[in-house]
Design a protein around this ligand. Sequence first.
Ligand code: ZN
Ligand code: ZN
Ligand code: FE
Length: 749
Amino acid sequence: MHVPAGKTILVTGIVQGVGFRPFVYGLADRHGVRGDVRNTSEGVRIRAFGEREAIERFAADLERRPPPLAAIQAVRTEDVPYEDRDAFVIRPSEDAAARQVAVTPDAALCADCRRELLDPADRRYRYPFISCTHCGPRYSVLLDVPYDRPNITLKNFPLCDACRAEYEDPTDRRHHAQTDCCPACGPQLWCAGSNGQRLADDPIGAAARALARGQIVAVKGLGGFHLACDARNNDAVERLRARKDREEKPFAVMVRDKDAAQQLAELPAYAGELFASPASPIVIARKVHPEGLAPAVAPGNDFYGLMVPYTPLHVLLLAEGPDALVMTSANRTDEPIAIDNHEALERLDGIADAFLLHDRPISIRVDDSVVLATGGGPTLLRRARGYVPAGIETGRNVDGIAGFGPMLKNTLAVGRGTVVYPGQHVGDLNNRLALDMFDEVYAHLQAILGVSVRRIACDLHPDYPTTRLAAETGLETVAVQHHHAHLAGLMAEHRVYDRGIGLAFDGTGYGPDDQLWGGEVFTFDPASFERAFHLEYVPLPGGEQAIREPWRMALAHLVHHRLDWTPFVENELADRAPQAASVVKLLQSDIPRVHTSGMGRLFDAVASLTGLCHTASYEGQAPMRLEGALTDAGEPYGFELEGGRIRTGRLVADVLRDVEAGVAPGIISGRFHNTIVALALEACRRVRAAEGLTRVFLSGGCFVNAFLRTRIPGRLAADGFEVFAHRLLPPNDGGVSTGQVLVAAAREG
Ligand code: ZN
Ligand code: ZN
Ligand code: FE
């Protein structure tokens, strides 16, 4: 039976720049549907005319098999009168409208493009800029919206006839692929020596040979330059450490594929999906055997950070050069990644022996993202390439509110409508280049979102540079306590805003009493918080220095709890005895000093007491050592909850006793970890008994610890609590900016 019908279909979500309209065109063709498709302010709007049944099948397929990079939020259909159309057509974007539509993150090379890249018969054989509607750069080439060729960094590469034909062919995978190009019309790659002089050679071959010789090559990637060297050549890796001025922090390593990664680290099943995903992040997992790569890759660390080639350039480099490459952000330690050729040549002078350069500009710095794959599900540690600029739907009005983030691991976030858009990892705001990057990301996000910020949420800390930057805008500012922001961001992820219990187990964050908080049990919602319990305050001897030198925290705990510190100093601190003596003297004096309730600082103290780590050359090194050493999760040590405090005197005394009795650090670590689980459970029970709250939110940098991340939720759930942990944001300070936006929105009221 022939029943002519009409429908409008509105598809919302990430539907722009992902090959959605060609996909719709193909479907319409297959089902014999006529009409049109266009981008609107809400998403993609389709008008479909034809047989009723055909339209229904067409609409069902839209949801069933969307293009790989699309993320459909909703499909809404409405019946309209039948119109007699000749064909199905793609209509151009409406400029103002398209601005509202989500821009996609950068996406790793797809399987089809990979096949073409490696096919000697293909016209893009070994062409390092191959891409299509299913893959390639997006955010990192975007200059403005809408996402169209004139608004991306390929604007100066006009399409050749062959590429234009693909671009205009509605049935082609490259139909309206804004990044479409080929060796004849697109960007070019070249290799340069350390002086910047272009080598007249096959660039991939030249770079591959330099790497095989143990040289350090700066490689222009998707969101910035990497410094690469052979990850199995210890001399090369040591040289890179020396030149980059990076002591022990592990380097990320790129290997050929998932199987190669599996040889090196214990990968959970989902790690394979992460490697194959468009985001293709660095995955951190426990080493299988410590000698898989050069020892200097991750010295004294139980984990490797691994990734697989995510651009065509990487695929070629790994195929033709060494099979495992250190790939670390090209910068001096703490500075942002370099992005343009001149900048790289200048800033990496004396670091890189050669440069693999190209003429496709990078519009904005985006580092590799990092996902932790130890225990439980994946946990984001650094949210950048492949994730940004995807937004987080909060269900609350956050329009025009920005969060400027914390001081370390900074991200900023901008709200539009009910969605918060966290920007990419900026890093530690302790140098001018990082502050410049902060400004770039802030301007870029506002431009591509079409938002002008009217209200800025900042950290409560009066001396952070972001506080000054916010004041300079002249806009209204709101100060948000660091851990309140951590927890409010987590609420936003789950869209659960009823008052709950918050465990903020963190390094340090400024408290309204001028002390450094970080072992906090709150009752809270986005508008306000109360502190139910906190780790007992201990002095922070030497301020920032105490954070870099865990032995200072060990002494702080010993002196504070009136325990005998002399055996510890004699056994463990012999080579810094005079410093230790002066720290003890300082701790015993009446000189006013800052105190901390930071959980990270307690981990530092125990890591040092057990002899595992006395000084940290990067943030979190001591807690990572302690976690890495854990062999057996034995009986918890003692602790007390009283007067809003979690007393740690017995805990530290018990640790000290075990150390002196010669108990192995792995056992002490296990008992210590179990103590933290036990005190978390006990604190939540007390709050539940007092206030009837049963939802617990877990945030803060300590939740990157696999033991805490799995055991605390497990114990809480078994005790009848409903537990919420991070899925979209990092539990560390990378998630703070989103929470700041939510708190500022809640206070607006
Ligand atoms: Zn592709
Ligand atoms: Zn071309
Ligand atoms: Fe924090």
